[in-house]
Write a protein that binds this ligand. Sequence first.
Ligand SMILES: C[S@@+](CC[C@H](N)C(=O)[O-])C[C@H]1O[C@@H](n2cnc3c(N)ncnc32)[C@H](O)[C@@H]1O
Length: 245
Amino acid sequence: MEKPNYGGVGLHVFINLTLGVILLVVGLVGTMALYPLLLLLILPSPYFVFMGVRWMGGGVLEDRLRIRDEFMKLIRPEDGNRVLDVGTGGGFLAIGFAKAIRNSEIVGIDVWMRLGGGTGLENAVRNTEIEGVAGKVRFEECDARDISYPNDYFDIVVASFAIYTIRREREKVFLEMVRVLKPGGKFAIMEPWRSWELGWVVDERFKRKLEEIGLGDVKFQSILLTYPRKRYVCIVYGEKRPQQP
Ligand SMILES: C[S@@+](CC[C@H](N)C(=O)[O-])C[C@H]1O[C@@H](n2cnc3c(N)ncnc32)[C@H](O)[C@@H]1O
């Protein structure tokens, strides 16, 4: 049976296996030809080969589908809700909502930058067919910093592993997500706790920033991913505060 493609695995396999082999070869050749201490380069090589093989294994998709279920349980969407998935990629969350609720308007937006680890629009549409929700999600090419929907439109605005990858004008993404959310509507993002390379940290300061732009009672919840290695990611959620008269 065909499985949905939520992207990224091939690149991880390639990077890890290539690094493993390069370290092994440079370590061996360097030791013989240049300097004995270069043998130390061999030490991390098995780790990268192991990670490459783990990424190849079938568990990654199952793990992702499990955390999607956990995400849904936390958000508790209702039939008829309008839902926006920002940086939807292969439609990961949007499709989860389409499976969970009926008579809903579900939109997935993305710029589909393949180098950003995402997958193309055609793949997202194909995933709706594989997951049995063809025609229930509308995918649109749209930048998260300029969302093409009116104020207070959606009941739920979500994102997974997308916002932390947007480095430039990230603040705008949050402003836009909150702008298109109805007062009382649910905001939830599933992202790493931190990524130093991308200047991303989920902490009290981050929480205060979200509260300043209109979310009330922002909470964090840790969630365990087991593939390709055990690591915790974070769900950040809150509701948009009712507007002042
Ligand atoms: C790591 S992928 C995650 C995809 C999907 N949410 C998932 O969980 O499988 C990050 C996604 O964010 C998208 N993205 C990056 N910058 C964006 C932007 N400015 N506006 C909309 N989407 C963006 C990328 O194209 C990519 O599809």
